[in-house]
Design a protein around this ligand. Structure first.
Ligand code: SF4
Ligand code: SF4
Length: 220
């Protein structure tokens, strides 16, 4: 999800690379899991998030849609996000002890929080969000250690490819007037990247790249 605001309003004004130190270490969360409540529709899930839940929790996209995730339109594109439920608008994966029940397999946005991604020149850097949590005594940690993402280089390339692919789709959709055509494009994307199950014993990135290349052949 893109934000129309200046980096200075929401961050400490710096950009961080994977090997940089950043004051993002929550030390076991002293912020009452604020980032797992009232997040609205902002925790958008990418295809790898769904694959990870599928492999490790045996939860298919359809099963997740029952009560854990929901679909929303983001910049013209239908995408899944984590569902916030109940009086306190809690993430459906938050347990009674206020801990993430899927910590090891949590989605990418949860892994990097309170960092966000700033995209430019077909790549991205991280920035530190300063208005999202009232826990003010975070400590320094290397970005790579904080986001704890195996096979980082391939994951980074996937994040870049997915982001710029969605940008291209957004531009295409903007120029289409026919609502049915927009709906058909959205259903095709959802089916291709989320609903059609991935082989859970095979490498995710290879499967994603094949699906993406198939669509790129058509849209350029
Ligand atoms: S950002 Fe705040 S609420 Fe979220 S895990 Fe860190 S300390 Fe907890
Ligand atoms: S998946 Fe886990 S870390 Fe992410 S919002 Fe839900 S409970 Fe919090």
């Amino acid at each position: 999800m893109k934000r129309n605001c200046s980096l200075d309003e929401i961050s400490d004004g710096k950009l961080y690379g994977i090997d940089d130190l950043v004051e993002a270490n929550c030390n076991g969360c002293k912020g009452a899991a604020a980032c797992c409540h009232r997040m609205g529709k902002s925790i958008i899930l990418d295809p790898f998030d769904i694959y990870r839940l599928n492999v490790n929790l045996n939860l298919t996209f359809e099963k997740l849609l029952a009560d854990k995730i929901e679909l929303n339109v983001v910049d013209g594109i239908i995408l899944p996000n984590l569902k916030m439920t109940g009086l306190y608008e809690s993430c459906a994966f938050l347990n009674k002890e206020g801990k993430c029940s899927i910590h090891v397999n949590r989605p990418g946005i949860c892994r990097i929080f309170p960092l966000g991604r700033f995209y430019e020149n077909h790549g991205f850097k991280y920035f530190l969000q300063i208005n999202e949590c009232n826990h003010n005594s975070k400590t320094m940690k290397k970005v790579s250690k904080w986001i704890d993402t195996p096979d980082y280089k391939r994951n980074e390339q996937f994040i870049i490819d997915w982001h710029y692919f969605l940008n291209d789709i957004e531009e295409i959709i903007k120029n289409i007037q026919d609502e049915n055509q927009i709906k058909n494009i959205n259903m095709f994307l959802l089916n291709t990247f989320y609903i059609k199950e991935y082989d859970t014993v095979a490498d995710f990135y290879t499967q994603f790249n094949e699906r993406l290349a198939g669509i790129r052949k058509v849209i350029g």
